[in-house]
Write a protein that binds this ligand. Sequence first.
Ligand code: GTP
Length: 235
Amino acid sequence: MKYKRILLKLSGESLMGAKQFGIDNDKITSYAKQIKELHATGVEIAIVIGGGNIFRGVQAEQGGMDRTHGDYMGMLATMINSMALQAALEAIQVETRLQSAIEMKEICEPFVRRKAVRHLEKGRVVIFGAGTGNPFFTTDSAASLRAIEINAEVILKGTRVDGIYTADPEKDKTATKYSHITFDEVYSKGLNVMDLTAFTLCKENNLPIIVFDMDTPGTLYKVLTEEHIGTIVQN
Ligand code: GTP
């Protein structure tokens, strides 16, 4: 295996599958199976999941709601997804622990870095819910922050596309995929990998990001076993 400890960032929106809202059971089960396949190899896995399938802070602001209020609602949305993913993993016998950045002790443990690391060492998949616990930060920032805190060697960012392209491949048929790219090239070419807060945190802490297609079963495993799956961003 290329890495011993990884942080997997999943998109909330992709949990919708073909639905307009919420969680598609087949989709979350398929994600859980991919995670189980990787977990079985002994790789330590932490996960951060977004909440866009349920609520987005930015959308609330457009509707006239205070941004801070909307962001807290978004953090709660990530908890719903985190709990659903925890249930999907445990249904297929993968041991998990869920930690929340906002204390909700009847539901799960609070985020405690040292405890999270201990869980990983014991082979449990650790899910970090409620983002960073602060408004004005995205779940990509939460993923970067938690990855650095737990000394993950890489962030695996699961998306609908299989890497970073010269242009949006859904709009421009001539777009080509990068297999490697540096953080500085991403800045200078204005490519959209993560928001800049999250991205800069990775660059400054020398944490590589691999963007890959999470929607094709088996790809998560291949990212750690095969060369040239997805796009790797590094210094
Ligand atoms: P070790 O004993 O250190 O290996 O870890 P453990 O997670 O098995 O022990 P612990 O006794 O801390 O937790 C047992 C279960 O209770 C786990 O499912 C935890 O996620 C859960 N748990 C721990 N702390 C809390 C909490 O504050 N609130 C909630 N709701 N659950 C918790």
